[in-house]
Design a protein around this ligand. Sequence first.
Ligand code: SAM
Length: 333
Amino acid sequence: CPLEKKAKGKLQKQICQVVLDHFEKQYTAELGDAWSSVRDVLTSPWCWQYAVLLNRFSQSPGLESSLAEQGYHPAFPAALPYLPAAFRCYTRAAPGRFPAQKHQPGRLKEYYLLNAASLLPVLALEVKDGEDILDLCAAPGGKSVAILQCACPGHFHCNEYDDLRSRWLEQTIESFIPDPFINLVTVSKLDGRQIGDLQPEFYDKVLVDAPCSNDRSWLFSADPQQAVLRLMQRKELSSLQFQLLRSAVQALRPGGSLVYSTCTLSRAENSDVISLILSSCSNVMPVDISGMARGVSQEFTLLSGMQQHELLVLPEKGRAWGPMYVAKLKKVS
Ligand code: SAM
């Protein structure tokens, strides 16, 4: 197809070789044979798929039939015991995006386009009505919107450190959440590392969707010099992630739980950070999410050999979701 050829030509040029070489070395060592098929998806944007998360607060009657006409079907098996009835997400095997909706002040959007694997951390959090919830690193707000599709929290604190991204987060919340519910939501611009000290033992659930090496977007870095700098500073991310997690533990009530997620394959930013928090906080225990992993294994390709409290989604052709690492922990005292 000439259009695909043109898109390939255009997008192929933009792959940043220095990043690809770096990933090639690291991920061959960490993932073995699985890396080559993951690499094929990550470097072929014309294969990428997008899920459509419906907004339970605003629905036009024709939306679901128009999704069905374009080959979309409901995602996530009903077998997931804690899948809330109001939570509706559509996916299709074919690549491409459903048309995005523009922000219009005063008008709610009907759906949010995202990588379906981004919903797994939210589902793992198992939010319930009335719970106090913190989304520690929230912009642009995809997971915050998803959390509000699952339940009606007592209080929902969405935090984002970066000024510009925090405004983007506010806009997302305004675009998806109507008046009475929006009063439950607070948006702040704090360094997430300080929230544990500022609000100790305040939350039932905390989502730490951490800043990380974003494998998908880093591969298309436009500026190779900036890419080299990022790769050099990559080690510092693990330390930031650990500090954010420690703050999240502090912010949790005893008995509360947290989900940690990243969109990188890097072990240093995933399992290693979780192992470090487990070995340094005696009041934190791993939570078994293997049931959820089994429940979604038809729709997502998961790395085998992970521990019961974690999963890693590997992008594959036709199931181009991820990378997404998810781990769940509980504060016991
Ligand atoms: N959860 C978001 C979503 O689903 O739309 C994506 C979050 S993104 C992976 C990580 C975010 O953490 C970025 O927006 C980044 O600006 C923010 N961040 C970086 N350092 C932070 C810090 N110290 N405290 C809070 N947020 C931080």
